[in-house]
Design a protein around this ligand. Structure first.
Ligand SMILES: Cc1cc2nc3c(=O)[nH]c(=O)nc-3n(C[C@H](O)[C@H](O)[C@H](O)COP(=O)(O)OP(=O)(O)OC[C@H]3O[C@@H](n4cnc5c(N)ncnc54)[C@H](O)[C@@H]3O)c2cc1C
Ligand code: SF4
Length: 332
């Protein structure tokens, strides 16, 4: 690991001043991803600005029924929060299906959004990787790509976005609040992560000197009946091969009145399944409609040598989750 300076920021303004003054600095949240990347030599910030003492660790109910979640709320605290469990159960489920109890106790909400891909070649300095070194090439395209993406890919990068939490947040239409010394702004979660295009090293809309301060969940009554399913190689401690976050409401005539659907594990960013949502709105809530919508969403998928199975797996998982929500009255 390269040597670096460490300092602990006591308030937001001080943290922003330091990051502005030191372009080679990075914020340290729980450190569960950044410190690993520093140990591997993939990231080498000159200074770590520890932000865990900033007063951004509260969860506040908003007058409209939404929630404002401080960027430093630990993943385990968010998953356990009674309002999250009752109004947005799929968010709680998504978090609890990620990592381990110990990691979730350390990991913060802001850090979870900015965690980096688990593409094997990204972690292997001996392999070409455009995300690590722009212009170097992409080893995954012709290499071992079983875990890589089929949606939102480019010639330059096929890495999946690893966050489970962000998939549920995409379905909720959450908003990311950020601050820098230039002021505050809000970014829709669905626009927060970038597609790789020709610049896979640029992963989000966040500028290097911006601090995530909070995530805002708008009120979403249908999310009280929602579900997150994660398909992975092991029952725990593994990233998603495919995941589905869904919430829906069926009207008295058996047609879908409202739906939210997002996919993880298959795409280069948390994937809001807008094509499927559009087809399902007003459609009968049947397996046939679910399958047709899932197929349409996945029609643009570009499989690689090792990951074509994800297309079929994603289609079947979407159908299974929507079926569960429409037939199993105990489901959430
Ligand atoms: C073994 C293992 C298994 C895992 N499995 C899963 C899984 O199955 N699903 C899943 O979703 N995740 C999984 N994770 C990832 C884990 O959830 C992330 O490491 C964690 O959420 C990152 O949060 P952190 O606070 O530790 O971030 P850090 O490591 O502190 O930071 C990550 C990045 O975010 C930046 N950052 C942090 N906070 C802010 C902020 N407020 N504003 C601006 N920048 C900020 C940092 O500078 C850094 O670039 C796993 C991790 C490990 C180690
Ligand atoms: S898929 Fe992306 S992260 Fe993986 S090797 Fe290719 S460029 Fe690097």
């Amino acid at each position: 690991m390269k040597t670096f300076s460490y300092l602990s920021a006591q308030d937001v303004d001080a943290a922003l001043q330091r990051i502005t003054a030191e372009p080679g600095a990075k914020f340290l949240g729980g450190g569960t991803n950044l410190v690993d990347l520093m140990r591997e030599g993939i990231e080498a910030p000159e200074t770590l600005i520890d932000i865990t003492r900033l007063p951004l660790d509260g969860i506040e109910e908003l007058p409209d029924g939404g929630l404002r979640i401080g960027a430093l709320v630990r993943n385990s605290a968010l998953a356990a929060h009674p309002v999250v469990r009752s109004r947005y159960p799929f968010l709680s489920q998504a978090i609890l299906l990620g990592a381990t109890g110990q990691i979730r106790n350390m990991a913060t909400v802001g850090g979870n959004l900015l965690q980096r891909t688990r593409c094997l070649y990204f972690y292997d300095e001996a392999s070409a990787c455009n995300k690590r070194e722009p212009g170097a090439g992409c080893s995954a395209r012709e290499g071992f790509n079983r875990g890589n993406a089929v949606l939102g890919t480019s010639d330059d990068c096929v890495a999946t976005h690893p966050s489970d939490m962000a998939v549920a947040l995409a379905a909720i239409d959450a908003v990311v609040e950020v601050r820098s010394s230039r002021g505050a702004r809000r970014i829709a979660l669905t626009e927060f992560h970038r597609l790789p295009g020709t610049t896979p090293h640029l992963e989000s809309e966040l500028a290097p000197d911006e601090l995530i301060t909070a995530i805002v969940l708008p009120p979403l009554p249908i999310a009280a009946r929602s579900h997150y399913r994660k398909v992975r190689d092991r029952a725990s401690y593994a990233f998603a091969l495919v995941s589905v976050a869904a919430a829906l409401q069926v009207a008295a005539d058996g047609r879908i009145a409202e739906i939210r659907l997002a996919l993880g594990g298959v795409a280069t960013k948390p994937w809001r399944a807008r094509i499927a949502e559009e087809l399902l709105l007003g459609a009968e809530a049947t397996d046939e409609s679910f399958a047709r919508a899932a197929a349409a969403e996945l029609a643009p998928a570009l499989p690689l040598s090792g990951n074509a199975f994800k297309i079929d797996l994603a289609q079947r998982t979407v159908v299974a989750v929507l079926r569960k929500l429409t037939t199993d009255r105990s489901a959430s």
